[in-house]
Design a protein around this ligand. Sequence first.
Ligand code: NAD
Length: 479
Amino acid sequence: MLILSNYIGGTLQSPVNGRYIDNYEPSTGSVYGKIPDSDEHDVNLAVAAAKAAFPAWAAMDPASRSRQIHRIAEGINNRFEELAAAESRDSGKPVGLARRMDITRARDNFEFFAAAALQFASESHNQPGFINYTLRQPIGVVGCISPWNLPLYLFTWKIAPALAAGNCVVAKPSEVTPVTAHMLAEICMEVGLPAGVLNIVHGAGPQCGASIVKHPEIKGVSFTGSTRAGREIASVAAPMFKKLSLELGGKNPVIIFADSDYEEMLNTTVRSSFTNQGQICLCGSRIYVERPLYNRFRSDFVSRVQQLKVGDPAAADTNIGAVVSETHYNKILSYIALAKEEGGTILCGGEAVKMEGEQAGGWYIAPTVIDGLSPQCRTNQEEIFGPVVSIQPFDTEEEAVTLANNTDYGLAAVIWTNHLSRAHRLGDRLASGIVWINCWLERDLRTPFGGVKNSGVGREGGWEALRFFTEAKNICVKI
Ligand code: NAD
């Protein structure tokens, strides 16, 4: 049994209340670890440790701070395979994906922001007789709270810029997928990160997470997770005037025109629908296809999806692993049942997959394609966050834009067309923080990342992240 600890003030610690939460292995449905069920007592200790570490960390010259952050990236690289195996086991995702995407990106997040710490600069504005210069100073102690779908990837996407900007951090990973965060703590100890600079507290959202959000010494909170939790967090943090970055849910449209490069579009649309069992906030879940292409696309898409292999996340040939928890499994299956009630036709999948042997108790769902649903129905409006997509034809560009913009979310959108001006026109008109044209999930870490409407407030990535994790102070000098 794997027993995890909090990482506070540079040491591994048990939760003050002595309580633990069960940690499940999605591929078998069985408990394989215990994680601290921390509460405000642990958060208070973590904040005190971060506060004590802050003056030295903030005052450190950027080159030394950059080296410290770079060492964490090296530490991740040294334990790369172990981390990929742990991420796969903890979340149910195929181990190849954990390698290619999660752990690679976790390492790259630290490398990227180690370099950014050396490059970050601020502005100066001259006027006759006066010169203004802007200082961008670290906020102090900040809170970073992340979800289960890309555990170490998203956890480090917050921690790395927060540290690079000179803050000390109290971070909480999802209680559903805590293991690689625990390993990150071990890595920070191995590479000699100064005590208290990063503190990792494990536990449930309403206790541990909420204690971070409401702690008066935590001046900024960066959160990625559900729109529901984001709303709760905003209601606590906003009246305290904390800096807040919220990366929330999505219901992303994919718009396919008949003139797109067919094979590339088809292959990528299978990926954009089902990578990580559809549990990526950027996955396309509403696919709109220009009518002349609709029948051909439907038949080819369904046949490709049926070839995806659902299986043991540890096996090299698995395309679709287990979904992350029993609660989430039941939620996804209930949306498939709802889609049928709402008049949808299940073209493939639509049911749980029962494995044999060790995996018999795991949470597997066949990749599911549905058509015949109305744009307004709940299946097409609410985030499912699983291996389920709907497809629907459209006739005009105008209709495609209306359909795409017809939800409360606005995180990411994909457009497939070779018509140059149409591609740019649509890119401009989609209510979305991110638009990919003829590609998907291409990520340049310098670009602004985030959503509009109920998908969030604020942007991560590159300078946006470093600006979020600093306060701008303008100094005006008479000359
Ligand atoms: P969640 O909101 O349930 O939990 C996310 C994190 O917040 C967890 O660490 C949880 O413990 C914590 N938390 C929950 N309630 C809290 C509260 N009241 N106060 C403080 N912390 C709290 O989300 P989830 O189920 O872990 O993740 C799935 C969701 O995340 C989906 O909606 C998905 O779209 C979204 N997501 C968004 C992005 C993005 O970049 N926009 C990226 C990945 C996932």
